[in-house]
Write a protein that binds this ligand. Structure first.
Ligand SMILES: [Zn+2]
Length: 152
C-alpha cells in the first residue's frame, strides 16, 4: 500500500512557529481534512530535506533553467550535507551555468524543500489543499509556506 502526505514547510528553512501558532494550524487542517490518518508537527535540530517521493519529476537551475541530472543534483546535495549539522544550504557553483546557489534555491517539480519545522497531514484522503487554505495556514504560522505532495 502506498502512502500520500501533504507536508507544509516554511519558506525560510530556519523559521520556527510558536506552539500556539502550530496548534491553530493543526486545528484548521483537521477541519479541512478530517479523514487524515494523522496530522503531525515536527521540529528538528538541523535543517532537513523534505522530498516528494515518487512524485519527483525534475530539478532545474533557477538561473538558466537547465535541468540538472540526478548525479549532478546528488553531488550538490552530498556536498551540502554534514552528518553533524544537517544541510548547510551553502552556496555552491552549479554545473549548468557556473552561477553560485544553494540547493534550496533550485526549482523542484514536484515541490521539495528544506526546513527545521514541518506540518504533515498523513494519508489525508484528499487530493490537495486550496490556495485559500494555504493562505490561511500561512497567516496562522505567520510565514510563507511551501506545500509538498509526497507519495511513497
Ligand atoms: Zn544554471
Amino acid at each position: 500500500m502506498s502512502d500520500h502526505h501533504i507536508v507544509f514547510i516554511p519558506a525560510a528553512p530556519h523559521y520556527l512557529p510558536t506552539e500556539q501558532q502550530v496548534s491553530s494550524a493543526k486545528a484548521a487542517l483537521w477541519q479541512w481534512i478530517p479523514e487524515a490518518e494523522a496530522i503531525e508537527a515536527a521540529v528538528t535540530e538541523y535543517v532537513q530535506f523534505h522530498d516528494c517521493g515518487s512524485n519527483f519529476e525534475y530539478v532545474r537551475c533557477h538561473v538558466c533553467g537547465q535541468e540538472l541530472t540526478i548525479p549532478q543534483w546528488h553531488l550538490l546535495m552530498e556536498q551540502d550535507y554534514d552528518l553533524e549539522r544537517g544541510f548547510g544550504l551553502t552556496p555552491q557553483t552549479l554545473p549548468c551555468c557556473g552561477n553560485v546557489a544553494s540547493v534550496n534555491q533550485l526549482d523542484y517539480s514536484f515541490m521539495q524543500g528544506f526546513s527545521r519545522f514541518s506540518l504533515t497531514a498523513i494519508n489525508p484522503r484528499t487530493g490537495a489543499v486550496s490556495a485559500q487554505q494555504t493562505e490561511l495556514l500561512q497567516r496562522q504560522l505567520d510565514h510563507p509556506l511551501l506545500v509538498i505532495y509526497c507519495h511513497v
